[in-house]
Design a protein around this ligand. Structure first.
Ligand code: HBI
Ligand code: FE
Length: 293
């Protein structure tokens, strides 16, 4: 598997990255892990996740009782927004990844984390990818945003801006918040699929919450090894789509290259602050284990 994974990470074509889900091969332990994760997240997300997320679960007929079968799930997903989930063995190279998104194909891992990895794992498994990412692909504006992200990704490869665009992915698709009637609701897949971060982001006073601003997000680095110190909130998926697709990215990448990245700990004078965090969570942090991305 290791050799195949390296081959996949180097693969430049979509076809080389695709695998079969082989739904019949999942073991009772793996279905039980899905059930545990699903039930735990649904209890944690109650009142914290946006309504569109729960509506997406219903549209896709996702539940705790078994691991989703992509063939069955795709019938509902295609009918909603023309997206489909394709099975990949894990993280894939940027070009095939962005090409898939641009074609309304979402690459999802098929492996299930072990019971010991319940709270955290490095690579995205099927629970992170399907429970975290796929429900919102049933929402037309979010579905359009994800496709435009894929198209922007292909341009970013040529503009050498993937590092900056990855920050847009991080602060929206993975850890984005929605401002609904003055209340903050989560929509990012990294929050939806994480037991700890779902509660931290909305119950812990430590993190800052800033109003989404495309240039600010592209300039703001992130650490992959812990909860976020800053989150960005949007007013709607329609607003996110409009803000991102009508902006040429090339000059934004230029501006990012001319200045050092912002860290997620600070607040800038130009920020619209929705919630000024206490910073208590990371105040006496030992040096971060991973570099600022
Ligand atoms: N591959 N399977 C998979 N899933 C991802 O989220 C992913 C990827 N490859 C590249 C990637 N994400 C990031 O580099 C981009 O989002 C920037
Ligand atoms: Fe993800």
């Amino acid at each position: 598997m290791e050799k195949k994974r390296h081959a996949i990470l180097a693969a430049q074509s979509v076809a080389e990255c695709l695998v079969e889900q082989d739904w019949g091969a999942y073991t009772p332990t793996e279905h039980k892990t899905w059930e545990t994760l699903y039930n735990r997240q649904m209890a944690t997300l109650e009142g914290h996740a946006c309504d569109e997320f729960f509506a997406g679960l219903k549209t896709l007929r996702l539940g705790a009782e078994r691991i989703p079968d992509f063939l069955e799930m795709n019938r509902h997903l295609r009918a909603a927004t023309g997206w489909e989930v394709v099975a990949v063995p894990g993280l894939i190279a940027s070009r095939p990844f962005f090409t898939m998104l641009a074609n309304r194909q979402f690459p999802a891992g098929t492996f299930v984390r072990t019971p010991e990895q319940l709270d955290y794992l490095e690579e995205p498994d099927i629970f992170h990818d399907v429970f975290g990412h796929v429900p919102l692909l049933t929402h037309p504006a979010y579905a359009a945003y994800m496709q435009s992200y894929g198209r922007a990704g292909l341009d970013a490869i040529d503009l050498k801006g993937v590092k900056f665009l990855a920050r847009l992915n991080w602060y929206t698709i993975e850890f984005g918040l929605l401002l609904v009637g003055g209340a903050l609701k989560a929509y990012g897949a990294g929050i939806m699929s994480s037991y700890g971060e779902a509660r931290y982001v909305l119950d812990d006073p430590s993190p800052h919450v800033l109003e989404f601003d495309l240039e600010r997000v592209l300039r703001t680095g992130y650490y992959i090894d812990d909860f976020q110190s800053t989150y960005f909130a949007i007013d709607s998926f329609e607003a996110l789509f409009t803000e991102c697709i009508e902006r040429p990215f090339a000059p934004l990448y230029e501006s990012c290259r001319r200045q050092p990245p912002l860290t997620p700990f600070s607040i800038e004078a130009t920020d619209t602050v929705l919630r000024r965090g206490s910073g208590a969570y990371w105040k006496d942090f030992p040096a971060r284990k991973t570099a600022l991305k």
